[in-house]
Write a protein that binds this ligand. Structure first.
Ligand code: PLP
Length: 468
């Protein structure tokens, strides 16, 4: 693969006063989702630089980042042309008010580009600050749409257990990851319902994939009928649940769920915050990979490859025609100071240009296929219950007993054990309790895939021996 190289000199790393940095981190910087005791005792891996698929800590140690930041560094880090594009826009126009009758050319250009790339008639774009705010926007848009079309009772929504849609109050309520639902928090209960997680590996005993699919579809239909179709507005789903453990649903699942949505007049919202911009080999996976035409797509992450924060809620003509009906004088009372930020918009446009020019979606398909094949060779190792991989989204699930699929007790911290051993060898794979997930940059090479798989193999064998 061809991408520009940053020259990293040791002088860069010599400037860090590590003691001071670690003390300040512990004293002042509250991390996302970090166990306080772990932070207090062990601090953090402090990253100073990045180039392609590699990141460097403040000591100058290099890691192959198989996590791709947080599912997001699609074009790889350290691109000079991206730095130039961002700097140029900062000089020209660093900020522009996105409210009411104000706009800027870059936000307009990006909206038109997203409308061109999104499937079918998803021609209208609301730009946000990230993934959570894109999903929040979709939820509010669903309510607004149903209200505008004279169905104020049709506002309840259905999501799935083990889904992750973000960290705002609303998106956490919409999500269904048990591990995130600690009792100290309150969640929005009214009007949000959760279906089973479509994980074939954890299907009820005795159910093959086809029977499991029928079960999931029936559960959905039963739930709609139980609530009343006139009260249910929408179904929210990630094409492949990312943080829930790369849950690849049974074949045909999304199509069948979409058909149920059409039958009962529900909007289908595809949360593509992770699955878009090439991770599955397509700009948007809903249509191209899962053959579904959503009413709304939410995206973020790979939209800018993580160079700057940005999200988008892309929606259909059908919704637009209702909410913006001429002569009604309506306004969608919703917006963020940084909606349509011109620098983030330039960043997304440059990102799309690079993805297209370097044919990175095709590369992701090819190298992702190779990752699928190679990771599958880990299945026979001890501890490995399941290996799930679709293109550049991957996960290894660890179990205490391969037959019964029983998990290790939480205190064994199996995902963390694997992760820290891999980290010692210069590889980052993200631990989520009993899982390790991966989502490398689209620029990943075949050789780097081999490095990931061989390092994991070594670390799993070693961990299994230690746990005996
Ligand atoms: N939706 C999905 C599917 C995600 O995976 C995430 C983040 O991981 C979000 C939404 C939230 O995005 P953000 O962290 O940018 O708010």
């Amino acid at each position: 693969m061809k991408y520009e190289k940053n020259t990293l000199s040791q002088a860069l790393f010599n400037q860090y006063d590590d003691k001071k940095l670690v003390a300040a981190d512990k004293a002042h910087y509250m991390h996302c989702f970090h166990i306080f005791d772990d932070h207090r005792e062990n601090g953090a891996l402090n990253i100073a630089a990045g180039n392609g698929a590699y990141i460097y800590d403040t000591h100058g140690r290099r890691y192959l980042d198989a996590v791709g930041g947080m599912w997001c560094t699609n074009i790889g880090l350290g691109r000079e042309e991206m730095a130039d594009a961002i700097a140029e826009q900062v000089r020209l126009l660093a900020y522009s008010n996105p409210f009411c009758d104000m706009a800027n050319d870059k936000a307009i250009e990006l909206s038109a580009k997203l409308a061109e790339l999104a499937p079918g008639d998803l021609n209208h774009v609301f730009l946000t600050t990230g993934g959570s705010t894109a999903v929040d926007t979709a939820y509010r848009l669903v309510q607004f749409y149903q209200g505008c079309r004279g169905k104020p009772e049709k506002k309840q929504v259905i999501s799935r257990k083990n889904a992750y849609h973000g960290s705002t109050f609303l998106t956490m309520s919409l999500g269904g990851k048990a591990a995130d639902r600690s009792p100290e928090f309150d969640y929005l209960q009214d009007g949000i319902h959760h279906l089973s997680c479509p994980n074939p590996y954890r299907a009820p005993q005795g159910m093959d994939e086809a029977a499991f699919l029928d079960y999931l579809v029936k559960e959905f239909e039963d739930k709609i009928l139980e609530i009343g179709a006139d009260k249910v507005a929408a179904f929210f789903a990630e094409p492949i649940s990312a943080s829930g453990g790369v849950i690849i649903p049974p074949k045909g699942y999304h199509k069948r769920m979409w058909e149920v949505c059409q039958k009962y007049d529900l909007l289908y919202i595809s949360d593509e915050v992770v699955t878009s911009f090439g991770r599955l080999g397509a700009f948007f996976a809903s249509k191209e990979v899962f053959d579904v035409q959503p009413d709304i797509i939410t995206t973020a992450k790979g939209l800018t490859s993580g160079y700057l924060p940005l999200g988008a809620c892309i929606f259909s003509e059908r919704i637009w025609d209702v909410i913006a009906e001429p002569g009604k004088g309506r306004c969608f009372a919703h917006g963020f100071t940084y909606s349509g930020h011109p620098v983030s918009a330039v960043c997304a446009l440059k990102n799309i240009e690079i993805l297209q020019r370097e044919n990175l979606l095709e590369h992701a398909k090819q190298v992702g296929g190779y990752l699928e094949q190679q990771l599958a060779t880990l299945k026979d190792l001890p501890l490995v219950g399941d290996v799930r991989c679709k293109k550049l989204m991957a996960c290894v699930e660890f179990v205490k007993d391969k037959q019964s699929k029983e998990l290790f007790p939480a205190e064994i911290n199996i995902g963390e054990k694997i992760h820290s051993k891999a980290q010692e060898r210069g590889l980052l794979v993200r631990p989520i309790i009993h899982l390790n997930v991966m989502s490398p940059p689209l620029t990943i090479t075949y050789q780097q895939v081999d490095e990931i798989v061989e390092t994991l193999r070594e670390v799993i064998v070693q961990t299994a021996a230690e746990l005996k």
